[in-house]
Write a protein that binds this ligand. Structure first.
Ligand code: FAS
Ligand code: PHB
Length: 389
């Protein structure tokens, strides 16, 4: 097999990259370890920044988003006895969209299928070769058990945080922060009890009330990093969410319903640099992972490929490698900005340390919700920065 760009990974970064490359007249083949249904069914991100929505609309992927996405002009920050709104539109002139990653993936798969994009699902033994030459290739075993070789001009690792491409970059640095807590994620068939996301600080731990539609809610609870999911009955989940989100007689009430899915999400920050070595490039979670508190993971993946697609087309179509040569530096500028913001939101809202830490957090929450300057800082980062900083 031969193509111009071999893309490892058919998640949002890999599928969006193939879409953007084709618009620039560059051909690609996508290799994916899991089945199409498995990739499409993974419950992950829920919030799209303005710049992500603008891009998806510009490249013909905004129809369902415009029809089914929920525009939010702000979020709520809550701690015992207090609930304050951060009005993004008032503060920075733009909001965000609640539109699940599963929906983005569906739109990408439909668009790529309509374009006749070649995606090899359920491959195994993927390995990257000769990235220091101008004829790199990927060896793999296809779904039928046949060993294959995909030759390309360029290989892009869109293979997430556990794929083989990151480690194929031999001369690399890595920054890692593992947090002393995890998230218990819950998907429930119940109408959201709030019109906007509620981020809650509580002595028992952080909680987040998000949603997927008018009839499906998405929740997260801070738990121990080695939490046993079996210790969380539905009742215990609802009781903890109610306590942490401020459900009280005569006040705000949390509606409960059937829990469809629950899982434990580890919390860590990871940045790999550089995001390029020879003819191998990294995009999305293959290059960086952020704690989901700042709703940045999916948006960073979109921003990476928005920078990478024109760089690769200039290199492969026009013989101009200037954008490809600066891709890593330009992408990492935004990666570190989002990494810092995700760390900042995480450390402000999760219980960690001692009572001194708790007082610092409450003071920080008071400042962010009463000072316009403080609120603008949060709003600017959460609602999203330009695709290129
Ligand atoms: P992905 O991980 O989505 O896709 C990588 C693909 O590469 C996968 O399909 C994988 O099967 C494939 N792959 C891996 N190894 C391979 C190999 N050897 N050969 C071929 N294919 C291979 N972000 C948020 O903003 N909010 C959230 O709530 C949130 N929740 C998350 C929950 C979980 C459990 C995880 C893991 C992430 C979550 N994220 C969240 C972050 C998430 O949205 C990522 O940022 C996003 O999926 C990144 O997209 P990709 O870079 O395409 O990586
Ligand atoms: C989600 O809806 O899955 C979601 C929303 C905001 C976050 C993280 C996850 O910060």
């Amino acid at each position: 097999m031969r193509t111009q760009v071999a893309i490892v990974g058919a998640g949002p970064s890999g599928m969006l990259l193939s879409h953007l490359l084709e618009r620039e007249g560059v051909e690609s083949v996508v290799l994916e370890a899991r089945s199409e249904d498995y990739v499409a069914s993974r419950v992950r991100a829920g919030v799209l920044e303005s710049s992500s929505v603008d891009l998806l609309r510009q490249v013909g992927l905004g129809d369902r988003l415009d029809g089914e996405g929920l525009h939010h002009s702000g979020i709520l920050l809550h701690w015992p006895g207090e609930r304050h709104r951060i009005d993004f539109v008032d503060l920075v002139g733009r909001g965000v969209w609640v539109y699940g990653q599963t929906e983005v993936q569906k739109d990408l798969v439909a668009a790529r299928r309509a374009a006749g994009q070649r995606v090899e699902y359920e491959v195994s033994e993927t390995s990257i070769h000769d990235v220091h030459t101008d004829r790199p290739f990927v060896s793999f075993v296809d779904a039928g058990g046949v060993p294959r070789r995909l030759e390309a001009d360029v290989v892009v690792g869109c293979d997430g945080s556990h794929g083989p491409c990151r480690t194929a970059i031999t001369d690399r640095g890595a920054w890692e922060r593992t947090y002393p807590f995890a998230w218990l994620g819950v998907l429930a068939d119940v109408a959201p009890s709030t019109g906007e996301l509620i981020y809650a600080w509580h002595p028992d731990g952080f909680a987040l009330h998000s949603m997927r539609s008018e009839s499906v809610s998405r929740f997260y609870l801070q738990v121990e990093p080695d939490e046993d999911l079996a210790a969380w009955s539905d009742n215990r989940i609802w009781e903890s969410l109610a306590a942490r989100l401020g459900d009280e007689p005569g006040g705000w009430r949390l509606s409960t319903g059937a829990i469809r899915e629950k899982s434990i999400l580890p919390m860590r920050s990871h940045v790999a640099a550089p995001l390029r070595q020879g003819r191998l490039f990294l995009a999305g979670d293959a290059g960086h992972v952020v704690p989901p508190t700042g709703a940045k993971g999916l948006n960073l993946a979109i921003a990476d490929v928005a920078l990478l697609a024109p760089a690769l087309s200039a290199m492969l179509r026009d013989g101009d490698s200037s954008l490809a040569d600066t891709y890593s530096e330009r992408a990492l500028r935004r990666v570190w900005r989002c990494t810092q913001f995700s760390w900042w939101m995480t450390m402000m809202l999760h219980r960690h340390g001692d009572d001194f830490d708790a007082e610092l957090q409450i003071s920080q929450l008071r400042w962010v919700t009463t000072s316009r300057a403080g609120a603008q800082g949060l709003a600017e980062n959460y609602a999203g920065l330009p695709l290129e900083l």
